[in-house]
Design a protein around this ligand. Structure first.
Ligand SMILES: Cc1ncc(C[n+]2csc(CCOP(=O)(O)OP(=O)(O)O)c2C)c(N)n1
Ligand SMILES: [Mg+2]
Length: 558
């Protein structure tokens, strides 16, 4: 392929990378491929840092985590079919978790399109149902426009993923594309009439409840919400895996909704006469399997404040719909005046404390609630905890306390294998902060290869692997549905501490609760990326029940 350098000073790939710089991208995540070599070359002296990963699943989750944390699109580059299909995990997460991200993916040469050429995938068809926008950049002179539009779409309304396909032959061509300016996310503010209606609803309500969720928040907005909750005497709960949106020590905090939520909190929400959902789309897990509110018209007065108009009314018809971004809504809440005194809201907080304060007994020598309580008492408030999916996360939700905005990095869509990639992204973003990846034994090996990335970039994350030698969540469901018939859930695991050492990190094994603290301190002192292999008994399958209790009650039912 000839590069017509004399016709233009920049290639298409250089325009792309310059557009990333204009959008203030500081780091991209990738697995290289020959399909986009001109981009890798343009990145070489661009000043943009590149994290090269071991699997596109890890790379795309790093980009999603970056977007979730910063509110600006995380950027991932992958090669054609194999890279795109491996990397689809991050796209699904970004869609369900409403995180801005852009996946750039290599594509076959234009002249071979449609021949089922080497590694060819029709990305519009493949990503069409899970991305906000999928496009191919076929016009060399439109690269600046297309990348800027990708930023606009990813950040607008309900944020999400965009996929841009880059035909192999287009990237080295000369381009006359003008640069597009920096894109700001659009803020939509609530109308005066809607806020007056909300003020009136609050004046009538005896038992209001505020549910916080979703993205697009800021520390300022959350302190405005806290002020509102104090002035109006409204208890506040958080949606599934957004516990970091409200200070758990605040006397108005009522806990988090999601898997294994406090039954008293669920009852309190159901009994509320006014529920204000702010920023939360009220997904299946937050809504307790769509049982919190009657469908399509809730039994209670539901106020839904959400940044994406298309999400309001998707399942429930709210009494009052407010199309506004969380930050604009929070600012507007400040201007409301309380018209009634409300009974003490501390009972809701007391329920939360009773639920989460004390460790629970657990079969075996390792007690996960004690470990979570040790972490909440010893980690700094700004420590970031990243986790994937599995029953071990039930102990995080219940016993850990997320004291600062954006310290909980976990997927709303329950994707396994998220912990390590998210931790790599977070430690790259905040080298000075403590970053942990919490994993199940099944969970960890889905993206544990990215521990090598942590070693390569000297990112001393601390990885906890909670090993109960089973895909515990599925085993739990299995015992409930098919008691005693263990099928495809047992696991034989490697020595994860030895794995850490062989990768060039620190490794230790924890087989008793009291060994956890010294192992954690040793991991910190090593200054290396570390894995603590925590072995515990599968019998303690959730904080509040055992496998045999589930099996016995299933047998009785049968
Ligand atoms: C990528 C992916 N594959 C499969 C599942 C289904 N799944 C949910 S939890 C789980 C088991 C998790 O096992 P482990 O990580 O060992 O955690 P545990 O439940 O034992 O604590 C599985 C297979 C999923 N959520 N995500
Ligand atoms: Mg397990």
């Amino acid at each position: 392929m000839t590069i017509h350098a004399e016709l233009a000073t920049r290639t298409v790939a250089q325009v792309l990378v310059e557009q990333l710089r204009i959008q203030r991208v500081t780091r991209v995540f990738c697995v290289p491929g020959e399909s986009y070599l001109p981009v890798l070359d343009a990145l070489y002296d661009s000043g943009i840092a590149v994290t090269v990963c071991r699997n596109e699943g890890g790379a795309s989750m790093m980009a999603e985590a970056w977007g979730k944390q910063t509110g600006r699109p995380g950027i991932c580059f992958v090669t054609r079919g194999p890279g795109a299909t491996n990397g689809s995990g991050g796209i699904h997460i970004a869609q369900q978790d409403s995180s801005p991200m852009i996946l750039f993916v290599g594509q076959v040469e234009r002249e071979h399109r449609g021949r089922d050429a080497f590694q060819e995938v029709d990305y519009r068809a493949f990503f069409g149902g899970i991305a906000k926008w999928v496009a191919e950049v076929n016009e060399p002179d439109r690269m600046g426009e297309m990348v800027a539009r990708a930023f606009c779409v990813a950040m607008a309304g309900r944020q999400g993923p965009v996929v841009l396909s880059l035909p192999h032959d287009v990237l080295p061509l000369p381009s006359q594309s003008p640069d597009a300016p920096f894109v700001e996310a659009l803020e939509t503010a609530p109308g005066r009439e809607q806020m007056a209606a909300l003020e009136e609803l609050l004046a009538q309500s005896e038992r209001p409840m505020l549910i916080l969720g979703g993205g697009r928040w800021s520390e300022t907005a959350l302190s405005q919400v806290a002020g509102f909750s104090e002035r109006f005497g409204v208890p506040v709960c958080t949606s599934f895996r957004r516990a970091h949106l409200f200070d758990p020590s605040h006397p108005n905090y009522a806990g988090d909704l999601g898997l294994g939520a406090n039954p008293k909190l669920v009852a309190r929400v159901k009994e509320s006469d006014l529920v204000i959902a702010a920023g939360a789309r009220l997904n299946e897990l937050t809504s307790q399997g769509y049982t919190l509110f009657d469908i399509p018209v809730p039994q209670t007065k539901l106020v839904h404040a959400y940044p994406g108009a298309e999400e309001i009314g998707r399942v429930w018809r709210p009494h009052l719909a407010i199309h506004a971004t969380p930050q604009a809504f929070a600012a507007a809440l400040q201007r409301l005046e309380p018209r009634r005194a409300r009974a003490d809201v501390r009972a809701a907080h007391q329920d939360y404390l009773d639920w989460s304060q004390k460790a629970l007994p657990q079969p075996g020598a390792v007690n996960l609630s004690q470990i979570m309580i040790w972490l909440r008492e010893h980690l700094p408030a700004d420590a970031i905890l990243c986790n994937g999916a599995g029953n071990y996360s039930g102990w995080i939700h219940r016993f850990y306390r997320f004291r600062r905005f954006n310290t909980q990095m976990a997927t709303v869509c329950g994707f396994m294998g998220y912990g390590v990639p998210a931790a790599v992204a977070m430690k790259s973003l905040y080298p000075e902060r403590k970053v942990l990846a919490l994993n199940g034994d099944g969970d960890f090996l889905m993206n544990g290869q990215e521990f090598a990335t942590a070693v390569q970039y000297r990112l001393p994350i601390i990885v906890l692997v909670f090993d109960n030698a089973t895909f515990g969540t599925i085993r739990m469901h299995q015992e409930r549905e098919y008691p005693g018939r263990v099928s495809a859930t047992d696991l034989v695991n490697p020595d994860f501490a030895a794995m850490a050492r062989s990768f060039g990190g620190f490794g230790a094994t924890v087989e008793k609760t009291e060994d956890f603290a010294p192992a954690f301190r040793a991991a910190e002192e090593s200054g290396l990326p570390a894995i603590l292999h925590v072995k515990f008994d599968a019998e303690g399958i959730t904080p509040s029940t055992t496998l045999s209790a589930i099996r016995d009650s299933a047998r009785k039912r049968a």
